[in-house]
Design a protein around this ligand. Structure first.
Ligand SMILES: Cc1ncc(COP(=O)(O)O)c(C=O)c1O
Length: 379
C-alpha cells in the first residue's frame, strides 16, 4: 500500500483554512474590532482613511479609495473613466465572472481576447486585434497572483488612446518588472473577499490610482455621487469600505509580505516535488513576482485527478470551469464554443491545489504523494 493511501483516513487537507490565520493574529484583530465598536464610527471612520494611505504606499500609488467589494471597485473604476452605453471594453474570458459583469453593469460591451497558454493571462497581440472604434478600455486580469504582460498592454493602450484598469483582485503585492500590481494602469482594482491573500471578514475592495482627479471622482461615486451630501451631479452607488473591515485590514496588511513569501515557498516546494509527473506546474515569467493566490496545475485527466484527491480528503477546485464568453447570460454577445480555444482548454485542464501561508509541509507531502499515487495507479 502506498504511503499516500495509508494516510488517507488520517489527513484532511483544505484548499484554504482561514481559522488558522485568525488564530495566529486573534489578539490584534479583536482589539481592532473592539476599537471600532467603542467609536461606533462604522461608516468612513478614521480607519478607512488610514488603511487607504497604508494600502497606497504598499502598492506604490499616490491614492487608494476603499470600496465595498472588488466588483464595486471595477464598477466605480469604469464609471470614473466615463465608460458606459455603446462602449466596448476588452478583457480576458478566463477570469471570475465579476470582471465581465462589471463591464455589462455600466452598460458597456465586453469583448474577449484569448489567453496565453502558459500564464493563463490575456495575450496582448490578441487585444490589439480586438480593438474597434468603440473600444474605450482594457481590463487585464492578473490571474492567480501573476501580473499580465503590462508593458505590451500599456503600449497598445497608448497607441490607441485607451484606458487600462488592472483587475488585481487576486494579485495584491504581486510585481511586474519591479512595479506593483495596480500601479501600472490608469486604475487598479482589488478585492478583500475573505479568501483573498489580503482578506477581510466580509466583503471589501480598493481602487488605486495616481490621479487626484480620479481619486476624488471615485470618492464621490462611492457615496451615491453626492458632493456635498444630497447634491448629486453624477449617478454613483452605495460602495464604501466599512470601518470594521478597514480596521481588520490594517492589521492584516502588516503580515501580507510575509504571507506572500510563505505562499511562494510552498509553491516552489510543490513545483520541485512534482517534477517529472505528467502535469504542468505554474509558469512564472522571470520578470514577475508571483503571489500564488492559487497554485494551479494543468493536467489532461483533470476530472479524474480531482475525484482521486477528493476521495483522499484533499480539497481542490477549478478556477474557472465555464469560460466567460460561454456564460448563458452573455449569449447575446454571440460567442460560441471554439472562439477562445486556449481559455476553453484551460477550463477543462486546470486544477487548483491547496495553498495558504499556514499549510504544513506534512499536508503538502500528502497532497504530492496522492498526486503521484494517481499517476502510478492510472498507468
Ligand atoms: C479576478 C477577480 N475579479 C473580481 C473579483 C470580485 O471581487 P469581489 O468578490 O470582492 O467582489 C474577484 C473575486 O473573486 C476576482 O477574483
Amino acid at each position: 500500500m502506498s504511503s499516500a493511501v495509508s494516510m488517507k483516513t488520517k489527513t484532511k487537507v483544505p484548499l484554504i483554512d482561514l481559522k488558522r490565520q485568525y488564530n495566529g493574529i486573534k489578539e490584534e484583530i479583536n482589539i481592532a474590532i473592539q476599537d471600532v465598536l467603542e467609536s461606533q464610527a462604522f461608516i468612513l471612520g478614521p480607519q478607512v482613511t488610514e488603511f487607504e494611505g497604508l494600502f497606497a504606499s504598499h502598492c506604490n500609488t499616490k491614492h487608494a479609495v476603499g470600496v465595498s467589494s472588488g466588483t464595486d471597485a471595477l464598477i466605480l473604476a469604469l464609471k470614473s473613466l466615463g465608460v458606459g452605453d455603446g462602449d466596448e471594453v476588452i478583457t480576458t474570458p478566463f477570469t471570475f465572472f465579476a470582471t465581465v459583469e462589471s463591464i455589462c453593469n455600466v452598460g458597456a460591451k465586453p469583448v474577449f481576447a484569448d489567453i496565453d497558454h502558459e500564464t493563463f493571462n490575456i495575450r496582448p497581440d490578441l487585444i490589439e486585434k480586438s480593438i474597434s472604434n468603440k473600444t474605450k478600455a482594457i481590463i487585464p486580469v492578473h490571474l492567480y497572483g501573476q501580473c499580465s504582460d503590462m508593458d505590451q498592454i500599456l503600449e497598445i493602450a497608448k497607441k490607441h488612446d485607451l484606458r487600462v484598469i488592472e483587475d488585481s483582485a487576486q494579485s495584491v503585492g504581486a510585481e511586474y518588472k519591479g512595479r506593483k500590481a495596480g500601479s501600472m494602469g490608469d486604475l487598479g482594482c482589488f478585492s478583500f473577499f475573505p479568501s483573498k491573500n489580503l482578506g477581510g471578514m466580509g466583503d471589501g475592495g480598493m481602487v488605486t490610482c495616481n490621479s487626484k482627479k480620479l481619486e476624488e471622482l471615485i470618492q464621490m461615486l462611492r457615496i451615491h455621487g453626492g458632493k456635498p451630501k444630497n447634491y448629486h451631479a453624477a449617478l454613483g452607488i452605495n460602495g464604501r469600505l466599512d470601518t470594521l473591515q478597514a480596521s481588520i485590514l490594517i492589521k492584516k496588511l502588516g503580515h501580507l509580505d510575509h504571507w506572500c513569501e510563505e505562499r511562494r515557498q510552498k509553491a516552489s516546494y510543490y513545483t520541485e516535488k512534482m517534477k517529472g509527473l505528467d502535469l504542468v506546474t505554474p509558469k512564472v515569467m522571470d520578470f514577475n513576482k508571483h503571489v500564488f493566490h492559487l497554485y494551479v496545475i494543468r493536467v489532461k485527466e483533470r476530472d479524474r485527478l480531482m475525484a482521486h484527491l477528493k476521495t483522499n480528503n484533499i480539497d481542490c477546485a477549478v478556477y474557472y470551469p465555464v469560460p466567460q464568453h460561454l456564460q448563458k447570460c452573455l449569449a447575446d454577445l454571440g460567442y460560441k464554443p471554439g472562439d477562445m480555444p486556449e481559455t476553453e482548454m484551460a477550463a477543462k485542464e486546470t486544477l487548483a491545489l491547496p495553498i495558504f501561508p499556514e499549510l504544513t509541509q506534512k499536508e503538502q507531502d500528502y497532497v504530492i504523494e496522492t498526486v503521484e499515487d494517481f499517476f502510478c495507479t492510472s498507468k
